[in-house]
Design a binder for this molecule. Structure first.
Ligand SMILES: Nc1ncnc2c1ncn2[C@@H]1O[C@H](COP(=O)(O)OP(=O)(O)OP(=O)(O)O)[C@@H](O)[C@H]1O
Ligand SMILES: [Mg+2]
Length: 253
């Protein structure tokens, strides 16, 4: 079966540091992969490279079998429609209302009339348990958990076949985080999408992952079924899972 996402040999140097150094990863249709790794190892850079926000120095990105980096503008716009993204921190537009944020793609890429776009936004908001009363509010008027719901709604509104979640639960209390994780699992299942999520939080990783992959020094150093993460036989993974300062990974403080 063609992978929904296939990253091969990605390299990226930023500020003279080789952040990605031959990163290779694939995700099958309908599967949920969680990427773990310390702060600054290049998790977000990996996702940004996959969706075309950053251009890797070397390597290839295939989305649904297509060579993404070789596509022309029209081909790329078509490919991007298969993708949904929840950015680290939510990244809602402050000056837009919640429904306009949720419907952003419909309004600004698909030229859907405002009335229809609003209706569709409210429908997706309902799916992520955001009441229609929130539709006309601005992001600052929502709690962090509600903002994440809005960001999740924005990520799924186009029914993407491939969805990226960058730290969807960071900064939330454990109960709200769990509710967001439940929603992610529910939405991904309903859409039948492949999902790539980044998290620091092992409770979240265990909940949403079919598979877990760990990044260290620009590469995937371990990958396996989520249930194997406690018995990976890899000292780096063990240290991360235990959340310990003792081990081969040195914290930079
Ligand atoms: N646009 C950029 N320009 C220059 N350097 C960047 C840029 N984006 C990321 N970096 C650098 O690349 C490295 C990896 O960043 P990245 O955001 O991928 O980390 P991360 O693994 O997502 O960390 P965190 O868990 O803290 O979000 C960092 O050293 C960061 O400073
Ligand atoms: Mg990040």
């Amino acid at each position: 079966m063609t992978a929904m996402l296939e990253l091969a040999g990605l390299e990226k140097t930023l500020n003279r540091r080789k952040v990605l150094d031959g990163l290779t990863l694939d995700v099958a249709p309908g599967k949920s992969l969680v990427i773990i790794g310390g702060s600054g190892v290049g998790k977000s850079v990996t996702i940004k490279s996959a969706i075309g926000i950053m251009r890797p120095d070397a390597g290839s990105v295939r989305i649904d079998g297509e060579d993404f980096l070789a596509l022309d503008r029209v081909g790329r716009e078509r490919a991007v429609r298969k993708i949904g993204m929840l950015f680290q921190g939510g990244a809602l537009f402050d000056s837009l209302t919640i429904w306009e944020n949720v419907a952003f793609r419909l309004l600004y890429a698909d030229s859907v009339p405002r009335k229809e776009a609003r209706e569709r936004a409210v429908e997706v908001m309902r799916k992520v348990r955001l009441a229609p009363d929130f539709a006309n509010l601005r992001p600052v008027e929502l709690s962090g958990g509600m903002q994440k719901r809005a960001a999740l709604a924005r990520a799924i509104i186009g029914a993407p076949k491939l969805i990226f979640f960058d730290e969807p639960t960071t900064g939330l209390d454990p109960i709200t985080a769990d509710a967001i994780n439940d929603l992610i699992v529910e939405m991904v299942k309903e859409l039948g999408s492949a999902a790539v999520s980044i998290t620091h939080d092992m409770a979240s990783a265990r909940k949403i992952a079919d598979e877990i992959a760990m990044i260290y020094q620009g590469k995937i150093i371990w990958r396996g079924p989520a249930r194997d993460v406690d018995a990976s036989g890899n000292a780096y993974v063990d240290q991360f899972v235990r959340g310990s300062a003792d081990g081969p990974i040195q914290a930079v403080v």
